[in-house]
Ligand binder design. Sequence first.
Ligand code: SF4
Ligand code: SF4
Length: 395
Amino acid sequence: MSLHDRSGLGPNLDVEDLVVIRPDQLNDLIARLGDLGYETKGPTIGDGAIVPGAVRGTSDLPVGARDAQSPGRYRLEYSDDGHLFEWAVGARSWKAEFFAPRERQWRAVIVDGTLRFTEPTKSARPLAIIGARPCEVAAISVLDEVLMNGACPDTGYDARREGLFVVVAECTAPGGTCFCASMGSGPSAGPGFDLALLELDDADGHRFVVRVGTARGAEVMAGVSSTSATDADVAARAQALDRSINRMHRHLQTEGLAALLARSMESPRWDQIAERCLSCGNCTLVCPTCFCSDFRDTTDVSGAVERTRTWSSCFDLDHSYLHGGPVRASTSSRYRQWMSHKLSTWWDQFDTSGCVGCGRCITWCPVGIDITEEAAAIRGDDEAARAVHVEEEAR
Ligand code: SF4
Ligand code: SF4
């Protein structure tokens, strides 16, 4: 079957069209993507959490799962309602699909006196992600700016990213640490998806409103039976998204934030955070946009040499090692580097925020340090210091 096969049951659709499918038709959509040659992956349950995994049908998705998240805490709970997307995000983001935690860059061997380099072979099948969250799609766009569109493109990232098909699941059940509404990255999907699903279950039954994002998405949907969205479906979708925003209790005030952090390098708050921060680096490992890496060259007895890239972290003491010592020796300087890069200097480098408000760094921080709370505290200290300054000037 080719992408242009129109022998299916669905109507011809345009970008931004809304149609409705039932759970068995979502199953058909996943099967169609597989038939079109995609490797189909999505959220699954593993290790007591929602994790990316192989998805060949709706039964592989987290059926009935709910997540209870708060700073330093994550638990899955279950319902028998058959809902597929009533959870937020787990620890593992889609970043690892394109930017592997550990990856061989090249291997060199001497053959007949000549050094021969080989690179790892890339998967021939493009990836289709079914059920990525809007914040995760936003995070992929951020990584694209860093690893694909920047001055030094990462060819491995580019190769794995190529041909990606995204079915985003818009959020109706934000987690306890989410703040995507503040960052403009959710709960409805922004750019970067081919199809967007929103799950509804009301008097009209369990169904998904599908928004077409690209011509490619329209072509895929043309092979899946669907019905046009009614006014009631459109209204229910809008209400679900509004409810989702209202249920999001965390907020990050982004106005002037980059400049605020840039002038707060000497804030006493960094030392206060360091009294709790373990410098473990969990926040950077779970973050869908952190991209620090390290390279190791190794040899074996045959004389072959390998270069391996691994994820690193700005909390790793060695990561800032320069001419005899780490530049950021204290925990406060490492936390400051992480947060001020995410929310301030990322703008200078990549013209975007480095944070999409997924809340992972809050949930998976063992001591529950909350980036929204720390940004608010630094803002409060800054406002207090400015008020004192104005008072002194007035005297
Ligand atoms: S900084 Fe935290 S909330 Fe922001 S994208 Fe990274 S993990 Fe998500
Ligand atoms: S903020 Fe939390 S997760 Fe990040 S390094 Fe400190 S203790 Fe670890």
